[in-house]
Design a protein around this ligand. Structure first.
Ligand SMILES: NC(=O)c1ccc[n+]([C@@H]2O[C@H](COP(=O)([O-])OP(=O)(O)OC[C@H]3O[C@@H](n4cnc5c(N)ncnc54)[C@H](OP(=O)(O)O)[C@@H]3O)[C@@H](O)[C@H]2O)c1
Length: 387
């Protein structure tokens, strides 16, 4: 027979939920000013925040304001773990998958955005009030500080593959990253996860990779316990890899298709980032290359065989011509292949071991999911073929 008890002080905001007795017999939902629901709730098991690692850090007990972190609610999307995370760069390709994973685990996620429409899809990834959009500008320290004021964890996913008239690689990957790290350190954020690139190197011939390496150094100087995550080229629905190969095979034939890549599934990277959240502290660098090293030739053949399109017969464009074309393309007003991207098409992915075991993820092979992302490039007659 369930016991009914009086619960006082349940004023912790919309959606607060309290369980009394152990195992829980009574659950009271407090929704916007009145008790709306009373249930016996053995299904409402409470999940402790650090369930993955069973290790607790201070940020699992107190939030940045020094208040105790209390998890409540049923498991899953409607849970509230008491944690708040800010995901800078959430409006991009990787960002949406990370926000979905964090929100699904009951973390309140601050989603800084620049363009109103870019954050609309994020809003529905969490329960009411769990996804909090905030407008920001990477050049405005006050707005960065406002975005991470209540957060115990900050992710920086901000990056750009090409420069614009307003932002150079340096202003985004170096100055912007340093600014976020400094403000996070000053604000008492306990975990900073900075996303760089597997090929980040101060000696690289690519300005993009160089800026990523310099950004890492600045972040480490400003926030010594930061986790630097280095994924290889990612693929998924919104990628600029499989989609681009399917649309513009000519630009992937550079270097006679001999360049080696280690493509990684965006879901695996998002899972790794979300698993880091479970660790009290994760300083250092985490390399996340895909499980296999492939040549562009192999990937072009894979795309061609999955889409049932004949391989491109266009001859290989010499580097000089490709650079000239890319420079000329910078005069149009939509993003086109940049000279630095041409340069990157000649650089093999770094031959370093992956740190997947550290983050508890087993990376998937590209052949296993390529069909999911490439089926749309098939002709109508081929679209329903099994594989
Ligand atoms: N995609 C890959 O294959 C790959 C591989 C390795 C590493 N990475 C790195 O992983 C991170 C996420 O990659 P992604 O593919 O998700 O990138 P993405 O789709 O290009 O998204 C980049 C994000 O950064 C934001 N951003 C770019 N320039 C900005 C600026 N000047 N001010 C404020 N925000 C700015 C974008 O915001 P807006 O929506 O407002 O533009 C967007 O949210 C990046 O750091 C990238 O370099 C990517």
């Amino acid at each position: 027979m369930p016991k009914i008890g009086t619960v006082s002080g349940v004023t912790g905001g919309t959606g607060a939920l309290v369980e009394v007795n152990n195992p829980p017999l009574l659950t009271v939902y407090h929704v916007g000013g009145g008790f709306k629901m009373l249930t016996t709730a053995s299904h409402c098991a409470r999940i402790p925040r650090a369930v993955g690692s069973q290790i607790r850090g201070i940020h699992d007990l107190l939030n940045v304001s020094g208040k105790p972190i209390i998890s409540y609610g049923p498991p899953g999307r409607s849970a509230s773990g008491g944690h708040v995370a800010t995901v800078f760069g959430c409006t991009g390709f990787l960002g949406r998958y990370l926000v979905a994973k964090l929100a699904k685990a009951g973390t309140q996620v601050i989603v800084p955005y620049r363009e109103e429409d870019e954050k609309r899809h994020l809003k529905v990834m969490g329960d009411l009030g769990q996804i909090v959009p905030m407008e920001w500008d990477i050049r405005r320290p006050d707005q960065i500080a406002e975005c991470l004021r209540h957060s115990d964890t900050v992710y920086n996913l901000v990056g750009r593959e090409y420069e614009t008239k307003n932002f150079t690689f340096g202003s985004v990957h170096v100055d912007g990253a340093e600014r976020i790290a400094q403000i996070a350190a000053e604000s008492g954020v306990s975990r900073l996860v900075h996303v760089s690139h597997l090929n980040a190197s101060a000696l690289s011939t690519s300005a993009f990779y160089k800026s990523k390496a310099e950004g890492e150094e600045r972040v480490k100087a400003a926030f010594p316990s930061a986790t630097i995550v280095r994924p290889a080229t990612m693929y998924g629905y919104e990628d600029r890899f499989l989609n681009n190969i399917a649309e513009w095979p000519i630009w992937w034939k550079l270097n006679h298709m001999k360049t080696k890549v280690r493509p990684v599934h965006v879901m695996d990277v998002a899972q790794a980032l979300s698993n880091i959240f479970e660790h009290p502290s994760f300083p250092g660098t985490v390399n996340l290359p895909g499980p296999s090293e492939l040549t562009y030739e192999y990937v072009l053949t894979l795309v061609s065989s999955v889409t049932y399109r004949p391989p491109s017969r266009i001859p290989v464009v010499p580097k000089r011509i490709a650079l000239l074309a890319a420079r000329a393309a910078q005069n149009i007003w939509w993003p086109a292949l940049s000279p630095d991207e041409v340069e990157r098409r000649y650089i093999n992915d770094a031959d370093v071991p992956g740190d997947w075991d550290k983050v508890g993820v087993e990376p998937t092979e590209i052949e296993d999911s390529a069909i999911t992302y490439l089926r749309r490039y098939r002709s109508a007659t081929n679209s329903h073929r099994a594989n």
